[in-house]
Design a protein around this ligand. Structure first.
Ligand SMILES: Cc1cc2nc3c(=O)[nH]c(=O)nc-3n(C[C@H](O)[C@H](O)[C@H](O)COP(=O)(O)OP(=O)(O)OC[C@H]3O[C@@H](n4cnc5c(N)ncnc54)[C@H](O)[C@@H]3O)c2cc1C
Length: 358
């Protein structure tokens, strides 16, 4: 039996914790925030299901359904209701070939895989991490609102120091947090090879979910949504998901829920108020879809510097740091290191959990 620290209670950290508890380890999960799930955050309000982070996992994924099955919620997986997507050509919506929307948005997976769309859960993407967290209750120790500050090898163990200065020694540590956090945690012990992660590019994302009475949107909404190839011409709007057409259980009857995606700079994301983002979103949407009435309500979700860019330089930095960690009983897991998205995060976590047995 090992005493294992998992840093970050996103889907990657929770997956590692589930596997290591099943292997008989004593697991402590450190989470800087007050919720589990990381970038999987779903909110249910008056019959609307708002995804603040990811809306679904790629349908080609085997890892996520297998995890859902282990967690006892395979029956909660839902399929996309619509397949076709559109592009806004400046005047009208034009139907795209399967997979083309993902390619235009720069997703780094093969086009035929993108063409298969996404899957989600009845209660939203947060259903999976929340279910795993409830299974871990009584098995793993959760230290919520505790930000880890440093991870350093110490003799045959690994010392974990939190922001309050409290320290604990573990036989193994998994860092399932963003790359910038890993850089901060490891730079005092691993120097330049950890500090280099500071140079990896990160993109910010902001989404606005708008709820309308169905009759206010004068479009059949007969697709998954549309992308905007030239966002500068449309107030920075890059894509819109027809959430309530794409997946079931996203809005009450007689309503439509649409989600608008922006990719502002970190500064722009922070400077504009929610009210300003809501106004901007509704104006941009109205330039594409005729609207006969205003949005009844809206939700703004902010993700500053949240999306890693998987270029060669980032891969090389992760490779160099991973090599330096060999034999130190410290592993990196999650979407920050091994490919963006939920499927990659889960596969990375499964592989870290397996490596810890060796
Ligand atoms: C708006 C948006 C939409 C997306 N849409 C999709 C999609 O549709 N499909 C898809 O596959 N992916 C999507 N993604 C990406 C996907 O959500 C992520 O790749 C995945 O959830 C990352 O999981 P993770 O566990 O690796 O990391 P995270 O979810 O980032 O979890 C890391 C956790 O570590 C915690 N943490 C950080 N530092 C510390 C510290 N020092 N001490 C303790 N805890 C710490 C954080 O609070 C966080 O909870 C989207 C992301 C965003 C932001």
């Amino acid at each position: 039996m090992q005493r294992v620290a998992v840093i970050g209670a996103g889907i990657a950290g929770l997956t590692v914790a589930l596997r290591r508890c099943a292997a008989g380890d004593r697991v402590v999960l450190f989470e800087a925030g007050s919720n589990v799930g990381g970038q999987l955050q779903s909110e249910t309000r008056d019959g609307f299901l708002i995804e603040h982070g990811a809306e679904g996992f790629v349908a080609r994924s085997n890892a996520v359904p297998a995890l859902a099955e282990n967690a006892g919620i395979a029956g909660q997986v839902i399929e996309q209701l619509e397949q076709r997507s559109f592009r806004f050509d400046g005047a009208a919506l034009v139907e795209l070939a399967p997979g083309e929307a993902g390619r235009l948005l720069g997703f780094q997976v093969p086009t035929d895989e993108l063409g298969r769309g996404i899957r989600s859960f009845v209660r939203g993407m947060a259903e999976l991490p929340e279910r795993i967290a409830s299974l871990l209750h009584g098995q793993a120790e959760f230290r919520m609102n505790v930000e880890v500050q440093r991870v350093s090898p110490a003799g045959s163990g690994v010392l974990v120091t939190d922001a309050a200065g409290d320290t604990s020694v573990f036989s193994a540590v998994v860092i399932a947090a963003p790359a910038r956090s890993a850089q901060a945690l490891l730079s005092s012990s691993f120097g330049a090879v950890a500090l280099a992660l500071r140079d990896s590019a990160l993109l910010s994302s902001l989404t606005v979910s708008l709820a309308f009475r169905r009759e206010s949107v004068l479009h059949p909404l007969n697709g998954t949504g549309f992308i905007v190839p030239l966002p500068d011409r449309l107030r920075g709007l890059r894509a819109v998901t027809f959430s309530s057409s794409k997946l079931p259980h996203r809005a009450p009857a007689e309503h439509a829920l649409l989600r608008l995606f922006f990719r502002p700079s970190e500064l722009e994301l922070e400077m504009l108020s929610d009210g300003a983002w809501l106004e901007r979103a509704e104006l941009a949407l109205g330039a594409v879809l005729p609207l006969s009435g205003p949005a009844e309500r809206g939700w703004v979700s902010r993700w500053p510097a949240a999306l890693p860019v998987f270029d060669d330089a980032h891969r090389a930095r992760v490779g160099a740091l991973s090599a330096a960690l060999v034999g130190q009983r410290v592993w990196l897991a999650g979407a920050a290191f091994h490919g963006s998205g939920i499927d990659a995060a889960v596969r990375s976590a499964e592989s870290a959990a397996r490596a810890m047995s060796q």
